[in-house]
Ligand binder design. Sequence first.
Ligand code: MRU
Length: 358
Amino acid sequence: MQINGKTFRTIWFDEKDQVVKIIDQTKLPHKFEVKNLKTVKDTINAIKIMEVRGAPLIGATAAYGIVLAVAENNNPGFIKKSSEDLIKSRPTAINLKWAVNRMLKKLLVVNNNEVLKIALEEAKLICEEDVKFCKNIGLNGLKIIEEIYNKKKDTVNILTHCNAGWLATIDWGTATSPIYHAHKKGIKVHVWVDETRPRNQGAFLTSFELNEEGVPNTIIADNAGGILMQKGEVDMCIVGTDRTIATGDVANKIGTYLKALAAKDNNVPFYVALPSSTIDWKTQDLKNIPIEERNSEELSYVEGLDESNNIKKILIYPKKSKAMNLAFDVTPAKYITGLITEKGVCEASKEGLKKLFK
Ligand code: MRU
């Protein structure tokens, strides 16, 4: 997708310098910086401090992390420890484990002379597949937007939470892909962008990327969705997910569950968009999804531009106050209208998922 009229992906391998390049998302929207990752440690750090974030993108970064580990020291002990550290770098998104295990499985049967080449090919393939899957999610979700547009014959208002845009994937995004496809097709869409405290992925990233693509959008406080739904200002919700379990229950950014409850109460369709790499087929009980708890300073401090255009971090809470920062919640399947995947749209249930993914 576009930044400043130039086409980018979120991650790529620089053959000349043999480094992994990423867009440093901690600097957006105020600064656009491309950063080099040279070691597996760099990739782990980039995932932990959220220079890269979003389930599919951290999966792809972990795959490249394995490539860098192999290049550094192709010793079984080092690769094992690197894999464990990559998987542990963020707990909720299943894509990390999925990507690392896929890389390890591939490398198991490869001889030493070609291990680096094969690792790099597999990491690139993971990225290419994600682009294809996200594009198809868009085409499948487009049909739902088109249906609403054909009935309403006016702008379709879509609410989204967090950033499940192209910045969270390699290209297209998950929740935003149907929106980009609709916009490109000339269907009038407008996006209500939840700010998404505390890291503000909606305000900093979703709004930024929609602006760059020329998609009309408005940032709202996280708690504004309910009243907008009551006023009939939301035609549908589309969110992403970091882990969808076998039962169709969905872990996503904190606050998603409350949006789903409000949507149910107001008969607003609530869709979740995901590639199959985000499905955790083994977990059957939503209570077993690990929920990441992050540093409470993400809540008590805010960061932004000061009058001199410098990025500044300031404390907004009373110095003595304690804060707690859970990063994800789980939306039970019963509140979800449908899962939009690369293979089609299905019911959020064991049966629905099985029908699509045998
Ligand atoms: O903490 P983040 O920014 O990594 O959380 C990302 C989200 O919750 C996204 O909505 C989710 O990963 C889907 S990404 C396509």
